[in-house]
Ligand binder design. Structure first.
Ligand SMILES: [Mg+2]
Ligand SMILES: [Zn+2]
Ligand SMILES: [Zn+2]
Length: 840
């Protein structure tokens, strides 16, 4: 069969779904199933059994009795099973229920008068044309809802009674049970022209087809059996279920034929209904779950389609890829920020193709020889595309034939560019190009400086790498999406990669006014950033050392974080001709999302210089801490007795203010009380800020330099924990008229409604602890509920954006249509702006 000649080029205007009619099922069918046996004594498929060769082949060597093809080309063919008694298709039960209740018991017409119907018919057509399909569905729902409540048929004047549905699939007309046969005959009465009001097209879905009288048996191709090592066959779940169906159907037919008592027939009929229900869907409410002998849940047709692992999301939209790896990430400050630590065993598995040339042939041969260990290679590909695995038996032949034009799939080596990704991938910086560093660990290593754009931390986060397999992709990864070229955020123009925490503390310590280093220590620091020199002087100031990583022609002036707090002139950062004259280097100059110096360097000298500078500052900071040390002590959190007295006074005042309000308690009072508790917080914050020790206090210096933390973090630590809230209001409802039995009834004061006056350092009392845990639990629950939302956001983003491309002329296109004439409608590069502001 020539594929090319069968191509049809046309656009899909609409999709219409329908229900298979019994006639259609018979027409499609290649075999009527008559036997519940699968194989005969010789192991051959039984004629008319569920493995009948007319439904397709799964054994290599056999040919299909319908199309004559082998396993490779036979698409599989439907069979059919004539049911002794009809049963409901569980998925259609809600529709049947609606249709029964909105059509006449006796004449089968929809319970709406003729002239009204004419108008509705026009409405439906115009709704679909003018307002779209959703509007049409809405209209149909309204029509059905209306018809359901009509009590007398407008056509034959018969009084209507409500049909009840007892879940999962039993219909009652009054006390009388409606069998599928009864329902079938009622549905058959409905006129074709009335079906449009249920959204049905009579050509594709007559309502009586919702009752199964002939079951379509899926081809063997979609339910292949597997042969175990001991030669035994293990059948697919669907085949198991179909065997049950065929067997029950046979017993039902026999009993009907022999005139067995009604009870026995009904029982078997019910069983048939159960088997067919669980064949279609094995988790409908109130239907017992069908299980295998091993107690494993049987996979139904629905399970194959629905959900994350189903056909659409699991096989159609999501693709598993080769040359990718995933592992837990670990911090590694000795990597450059643009590197990723790749475990050796990953490097030996996810390979990179390299074309053999006269220049690299010796190196390639060495890799092939070393295929068993690292660094080696796994496969070679000949110029005509034949892929050969390198093994003990093939290695010598491959070495002999290898020549220019071959491709070698070699292990990853240091310096290879790969893609690094963390999910949810919500912006373009969630996937960036990194340089490989092969390491003897089992986790992927990442410099903590690069965690921000990925939103990664090290509490068990996992990330993915993808090894690129062609030159174009490699060029893109190296030049466009390389992390080095994405230091500055496209959102606000600030660097996303830079110093944080220890790196900031270290640099601030190094560049503090009085920091002096002996020659040996200075040399040690410099050697760590690959500046190997022998210094002349006996002592060096920290600022002199820091100046050695600055470009010689750099002139720069800016405030440091420290200056903003201390207002000392010496902490203004002044760089003259590449020399740091004054100033503490801290988060305001080199920090992520704040570093003014980083941004300046990026604009002035480009990404390469900035990237090197970031790694060097971080390393300097880290090694400074290594030399000088930095720790915190519980007494770094001390505030003097006066401060505690002042806090106590503030709380007392607040309490008094609140009790004054309580004499006339209402909703307005509640808002005022919240206001008071907020004011207490602010006052406490100011007291802590005023009294916390500023000299020789590492907690304070972490806050001042912007390394980590804020005065706000100190409020609950050493001030007071404050008001606990549930759903944005003060906690209420515990026992009747009070939170817990520790309080007086109807007390709406600060303390009695969850205001905690203790702090973490002194500890909370049991009641405070209890109330605090209520708020914490709310936070925890919120977090759990929000997490999947961002996963869904990624799915929506990727399906909306997957086909968009930015072309060389900056237009954004999808296929042949233009989405934007200029990227972002303005063609502006925000990363080149000044914190989002344009200086035109
Ligand atoms: Mg985490
Ligand atoms: Zn076939
Ligand atoms: Zn009627």
């Amino acid at each position: 069969m020539k594929l090319e000649s069968n191509f049809v080029f046309s656009k899909i205007a609409a999709l219409e779904f329908g229900i298979l009619s019994p006639k259609m099922i018979q027409k499609m069918s290649t075999v009527a199933i008559t036997s519940s046996e699968l194989y005969d004594i010789d192991g051959f498929p039984v004629d008319g059994g569920l493995s009948d060769l007319r439904m397709g082949v799964i054994d290599p060597g056999l040919t299909c009795k319908t199309c004559g093809n082998t396993i490779r080309d036979c698409p599989g063919h439907f069979g059919h099973l004539e049911l002794a008694r009809p049963v409901f298709n569980i998925k259609t039960v809600p529709y049947i229920y609606n249709i029964l209740n909105s059509t006449c018991v006796s004449c089968g017409r929809i319970l709406i008068s003729d002239e009204h119907l004419k108008k509705l018919s026009e409405d439906i057509i115009s709704a679909e044309i003018n307002e779209g399909h959703k509007k049409k569905v809405k209209l149909i729902k309204a029509i059905v809802k209306h018809a359901k409540n009509v009590t007398v048929c407008p056509f034959c004047r018969t009084k209507q009674h409500k049909i009840k549905l007892e879940k999962p699939y039993t219909f009652f007309d009054g006390d009388q049970k409606l069998t599928p046969i009864d329902v079938l005959s009622r549905l058959e009465k409905i006129k074709d022209s009335d079906l449009q009001f249920f959204g049905l097209d009579p050509d594709y879905s007559r309502p009586e087809w919702m009752v199964v009288s002939i079951l379509a048996v899926p081809s063997i191709t979609i339910r292949p059996s597997i042969t175990l090592e001991n030669g035994q066959r293990s059948e697919d779940d669907l085949t198991h279920k179909l065997t049950d169906i065929v067997r029950t159907n046979q017993r039902l037919a026999e009993n009907i034929r022999s005139g067995a008592p009604e009870i026995i027939i009904d029982e078997l009929w019910d069983l048939l209904q159960y088997h067919i229900t669980t064949f279609i869907s094995n988790d409908s409410a109130q239907v017992p779950v069908a299980r295998q002998k091993s107690n494993k849940k049987l996979k139904s047709l629905e399970d194959r389609i629905k959900g994350k692992e189903g056909l659409f999301r699991g096989s159609g939209l999501a693709k598993r890829v080769n040359y990718g790896a995933r592992s837990v990430i670990s911090p590694d400050s000795f990597l450059r920020f643009d590197e990723v630590g790749v475990p050796i065993r990953v490097a030996m598995e996810v390979t990179r193709p390299e074309k053999v040339t006269d220049i690299n042939i010796d190196r390639m041969k060495a890799l092939i020889k070393n295929f068993n260990s690292y660094p080696g290679a796994n496969y070679v590909i000949t110029p005509d595309g034949i892929k050969k695995k390198i093994t003990d038996t093939t290695v010598s032949n491959i070495l002999d034939e290898l020549k220019s034009g071959y491709t070698v799939e070699r292990h990853l080596k240091d310096g290879d560019i790969i893609l690094f990704n963390r999910q949810p991938s919500l912006h373009r910086l969630s996937i960036m190009g990194h340089s490989v560093k092969v390491l003897p660990y089992n986790t992927l290593g990442i410099n903590p400086a690069s965690t921000l754009p990925y939103n990664a931390d090290f509490d068990g986060d996992e990330m993915n790498i993808h090894v690129l397999q062609n030159e174009e992709a490699l060029a893109e990864a190296e030049m466009i999406i390389n992390i080095k070229n994405n230091i500055v955020s496209p959102r606000h123009g600030l660097p996303l990669i830079g110093a944080a925490q220890d790196y900031v503390s270290g640099c601030a310590l190094l560049t503090a006014k009085d920091t002096q280093l002996e020659k040996a220590k200075a040399e040690f620091l410099l050697s760590n950033i690959n500046i190997v020199t022998s210094l002349k002087n006996k002592k060096y100031s920290g600022r002199e050392i820091f100046s050695m990583i600055l470009p010689e022609d750099l002139n720069f002036e800016s405030n440091s974080s420290t200056y903003k707090i201390t207002k000392e002139d010496d902490s203004i950062v002044r760089i003259k001709n590449g020399k740091l004259a004054t100033g503490v280097i801290d988060a305001a100059t080199i920090g992520r999302e704040s570093g003014s110096l980083l941004q300046f360097l990026f604009v002035r000298y480009g990404s390469e210089v900035t990237a090197k500078f970031i790694d060097q500052t971080n390393k300097l900071g880290l090694m400074t801490l290594f030399l000088m040390g930095m720790s915190v002590n519980i007494h770094d959190f001390d505030i003097p007795k006066v401060a505690n007295n002042e806090i106590e006074k503030v709380v007392k005042e607040g309490e008094n203010e609140v009790s004054a309000l309580l004499t006339n308690y209402n909703d307005v009072t509640e808002a005022k009380i919240l206001n008071i508790s907020n004011r207490i917080r602010v006052k406490v914050r100011n007291i802590i800020d005023a009294y916390i020790e500023k000299k020789n206090n590492n907690v304070e210096s972490m806050i001042t330099t912007g390394a980590k933390g804020s005065i706000t973090n100190l409020i609950p630590t050493i001030g007071l924990v404050g008001q606990q809230m549930l759903r944005d209001v003060r906690i209420s409802n515990g026992f009747s008229d009070r939170l817990t039995s520790h309080f007086k009834k109807n007390d709406n004061g600060l303390i009695a409604r969850g205001f905690i006056v203790s702090n973490y350092r002194e500890g909370l009392n049991p009641v405070e602890y209890f109330l605090h845990s209520a708020s914490s639990r709310e936070g925890l629950m919120d977090n759990v509920i929000r997490t999947p939302i961002s996963g869904y956001m990624q799915r929506r983003l990727s399906s909306a954006l997957q086909d968009l491309k930015v072309k060389d002329d900056l237009s954004v296109r999808m296929g042949s249509s233009i989405i934007q004439f200029k990227y972002g409608e303005d063609g502006l590069d925000v990363s080149a702006s000044d914190k989002g502001d344009l200086k035109l």
